[in-house]
Every structure is written in structure tokens, then in C-alpha cells.
Design a binder for this molecule. Structure first.
Ligand code: DGL
Length: 286
């Protein structure tokens, strides 16, 4: 049975969820985390619901059985859309927090009432996304674009075998292709003034996206709201870790696992989160 000293589990199809882990570490500095990158099976966005549901269930079992997690954060929009309901049904008593494209805050920020949304095919074609969009469409026009190949290219950016400059060129070309298909970005009437990053991987392409859509456009992601929601749930259930309990080393406080290339996860953890490479190990989750 988990106790307040148990870790929080976090998973994604790959390294994209590290953007959510970063926000969780900022909002919950006294907590321990176990992160699973299912990079051996990424990307989820082009796989179909049944596959994503099966992987999500398998990973949740691993989080509970191997790490006795006290809460689970699905740091993946695609897995949240496909699997959060079945995971909650199958794991009563375990707080499960998902991520969804931030349509609600974007609709509030937008002055032109025109919001762009980029996400995976799995997310944009889901029933959950259709419901979310319908709920916030009264005063806002959403321009929705599925970005096939972009999560894969961002995933590849951590692989030692891939040329960094060719990969950066590929990411920029994909971002240019998809943003230009959405229309004109800017702050004048009729232009898209807010862009929702509806996939946790895309946070790591924010610089390329910002340079393409221009400085007046607001980019919105979900890391911090999800971290705050996790804090509230743990607080409400008395499951926050006591501050005076010994945290151990950085590698003990934040354990990262991957079903793919461990050197890629080490590189991402060091580069993006400033974590020691000893944090990352392989996990066999068939
Ligand atoms: N990072 C995931 C998301 O937020 C999925 C990327 C993928 O595997 O296609 O949707």
C-alpha cells in the first residue's frame, strides 16, 4: 500500500513527458518521482487506441507493482485521450491525473478569438478532444492540426546515432509545414494569436515554433496546471510527503526508466532537466 513517502509515477510514450516532469519537480520539490518513457513503442499518436490502452495498462501495473506509486500522472495527451477512463476503472483508489490540450485557458487568453491547436492524430481524432473543443467553442474558433511525424522527430533528437543539425532542420521543416497549413498567426483581427501545444513532446520544439509564428503569439502548454492539480489531489488526501523525510540523492529522488535507448534518455535528462545521467536505466515492460 502506498504511503506519503511513496513516489509519484509519471509516464509518456517517450521523452515528451519530461516537460511535465520538469513542472512537477518545480511545484512538488519534496516528492520522489518514477518516470517511464515508453520510447521502445513511440510514437503513440499514430498507433490506434487499442495499442495505447494496452501499453498504458501494462505501464500502470509496472508502476504499482515495482514502485508502489501513490499517484500516476499520464504525461501524454494521446494516452490520456485513449486510456484514462479505462485506467481509472481498473485502478480504483489510485489518483490518476491526465493531460489534455489547454483549450480552456487558450480561449480565455485569445484576444482575436482564434486559437491554433497542434497535437497527434490520436488526440485530435479522439472523442475526448471533440467534447473538449465543443465545450469551449462558444466564443472561440479553433484551428486544429494533427502533426504526423513531429513527435518522432523530437524523440529522435536524443538519439546519439542521429545528426543534431539534420534533426533540427527536420523539426523546423515539420513545424513550418504544419503552422503554414493553419493560416496566419499574429495579433490582428482574424489571425491566430494563441497556439496550444497539445502534445508534451512539442514543448521541446517551442523555440522553432515561436520563431515561425512570431513573438506576439502566445504558446500554451499544460505542464504547470497538471503539476498544480497533482499537488491539490495529494494535499486533499493527506498524501503529500513530509518535508523532513530524507530525500536521498538526486538519482534516488528522480528515477527515470525507458523501454528504448537508455543513452537517449540520459542525454535528454541531462540536457533538459539538469539531472545526473545515473538517474536513467532500462526497463523491460513487454
Ligand atoms: N507525448 C505524447 C502526447 O502528449 C505523444 C507523442 C506520441 O507518442 O505520438 O500526445
Amino acid at each position: 500500500m502506498p504511503t506519503p513517502t511513496s513516489p509519484i509515477g509519471v509516464f509518456d510514450s517517450g521523452i515528451g513527458g519530461l516537460s511535465v516532469l520538469q513542472a512537477l519537480r518545480e511545484v512538488l520539490p519534496g516528492e520522489r518521482f518514477v518516470y517511464l518513457a515508453d520510447s521502445g513503442n513511440a510514437p503513440y499518436g499514430e498507433r490506434g487506441d487499442a495499442f495505447v490502452q494496452a501499453r498504458s495498462a501494462r505501464i500502470t501495473d509496472w508502476m504499482r507493482n515495482q514502485h508502489d506509486v501513490k499517484a500516476l500522472v499520464i504525461a501524454c495527451n494521446t494516452a490520456t485521450a485513449a486510456a484514462i477512463d479505462s485506467l481509472r476503472d481498473g485502478n480504483p483508489g489510485l489518483p490518476i491525473i491526465g493531460v489534455e490540450p489547454a483549450l480552456k485557458p487558450a480561449a480565455l487568453y485569445s484576444k482575436t478569438h482564434k486559437v491554433g491547436v497542434i497535437a497527434t492524430q490520436g488526440t485530435v481524432s479522439s472523442h475526448r478532444f471533440a467534447t473538449l473543443q465543443a465545450a469551449h467553442s462558444a466564443h472561440t474558433q479553433f484551428v486544429v492540426q494533427a502533426c504526423a511525424g513531429l513527435a518522432r522527430a523530437i524523440e529522435d533528437s536524443t538519439l546519439p546515432s542521429i545528426s543534431a543539425s539534420q534533426n533540427a532542420t527536420q523539426i523546423r521543416a515539420l513545424c513550418a509545414q504544419y503552422t503554414s497549413a493553419m493560416g496566419t498567426f499574429g495579433t490582428a483581427p482574424g489571425e491566430i494569436d494563441t497556439l496550444v501545444l497539445g502534445c508534451t513532446h512539442y514543448v521541446f520544439a517551442a523555440d522553432a515554433l515561436r520563431s515561425l509564428v512570431g513573438p506576439g503569439v502566445t504558446l500554451v502548454d499544460t505542464g504547470t496546471p497538471v503539476a498544480r492539480r497533482t499537488y491539490s489531489l495529494l494535499h486533499a488526501t493527506g498524501m503529500l510527503r513530509k518535508q523532513d523525510v530524507e530525500m536521498g540523492t538526486a538519482a534516488e529522488a528522480c528515477q527515470l526508466f525507458t523501454t528504448g535507448d537508455v543513452s537517449a534518455l540520459r542525454h535528454a535528462a541531462e540536457q533538459w532537466l539538469g539531472l545526473p545521467t545515473t538517474c536513467a536505466s532500462s526497463a523491460a515492460i513487454a
